[in-house]
Design a binder for this molecule. Structure first.
Ligand code: CO8
Length: 260
């Protein structure tokens, strides 16, 4: 079976690169299953602190493999092989206890953009072109796009992007808050790794609870969110890493965090 994912271990950071350049990183069910399995391993590995999802120069990903789907019409067996896998994968990314960075270059379209939205933060280089072309092919962003995009950019910008299938560039995406940082072409690997390493030095439990709480913030009322924040804060107060962080500050040395 063809391997569409490359994994690099970079001192506490793992970069997973989608590697199907001939089809601009179009996603197949097998690719997504492999990604789910790989992320499961990384979640269980305490040495992995931050994950970067990256693509190729020409495309992060153009979304679902349309050619694979046309075959369903040819054979009259219209199924949804991608639906369950992709939704489960994107929910799993949100539930990971580790920060996930999407590093975007070239085309970031359809399911590719939905994958980027399921990540926690997004960095793009100046070649990135982001959009939802689903309405061109009689579909809609069905892997969380209609729900995650408006929570990030607001409903009217989200609808405008999906109604027109227009592609926006990295600067526009930055102005909308759809990406968090823009870097020059050719520097994305280095810059996203620098960003990841900043996070990888922090206390893992702090990052895990911050992620959980921030995701909760857009899905719950403020009283529930505040109560949950107080309980997570109480858990951290008794953690070994909190004591280590405070001692390290007083002793003027870098902390050594163990994720407990
Ligand atoms: N699927 C399969 N192959 C693709 C796809 C795709 N989505 N996009 C491009 N390719 C292939 C092309 O067929 C071509 O292959 P070949 O050389 O063998 O013909 C190769 O990639 C290069 O593409 P182009 O020659 O078209 O390159 P251009 O630079 O001219 O154009 C574009 C690039 C603009 C990206 C163009 O290829 C395009 O419009 N692609 C379609 C993008 C698209 O519509 N994506 C959305 C798909 S739907 C989706 O993602 C839904 C998500 C899943 C939801 C699940 C819910 C259940």
């Amino acid at each position: 079976m063809e391997q569409f994912l490359q994994r690099e271990n970079l001192d506490g950071v793992v970069r997973i690169r989608i590697n199907r350049e001939s089809a601009l990183n179009a996603m197949t069910p097998e690719m997504l299953k492999d990604l789910r399995a790989m992320l499961g391993e990384l979640e269980d590995d305490p040495n992995v602190r931050v994950i970067i999802l990256a693509g190729q120069k020409r495309a992060f990903s153009v979304g679902a493999d349309i050619k694979g789907r046309v075959a369903e019409y040819d054979t009259g067996t219209i199924k949804d092989p991608l639906g369950e896998i992709i939704r489960d994968l994107f929910a799993f990314i949100e539930d990971l206890t580790k920060p996930v960075i999407a590093a975007l270059s070239g085309y970031v379209l359809g399911g590719g953009l939905e994958l980027a939205l399921a990540a926690d933060v997004r960095m793009a280089d100046t070649t990135a072109k982001l959009g939802f072309p689903e309405a061109n092919v009689g579909s809609l962003p069905g892997a969380g796009g209609t729900q995650r995009l408006p929570r990030i950019v607001g409903p009217s910008r989200a609808m405008a992007l999906m109604f027109t299938a227009e592609r926006i560039d990295a600067r526009q995406a930055l102005a909308w808050g759809l990406v968090d940082r823009v870097v020059e072409e050719g520097t994305l690997d280095e810059e996203s790794l620098n960003w990841a390493q900043l996070m990888a030095k922090k206390a893992p439990l702090s990052l895990a609870y911050i992620k959980k709480l921030v995701h909760l913030a857009s899905n719950t009322d403020i009283e529930t969110g505040m109560a949950f924040e107080a309980s997570c804060h109480a858990i951290l107060r008794n953690s070994k890493d909190r004591e280590e962080g405070m001692r390290a500050f007083v002793e003027k040395r870098p902390p050594h965090f163990i994720g407990q």
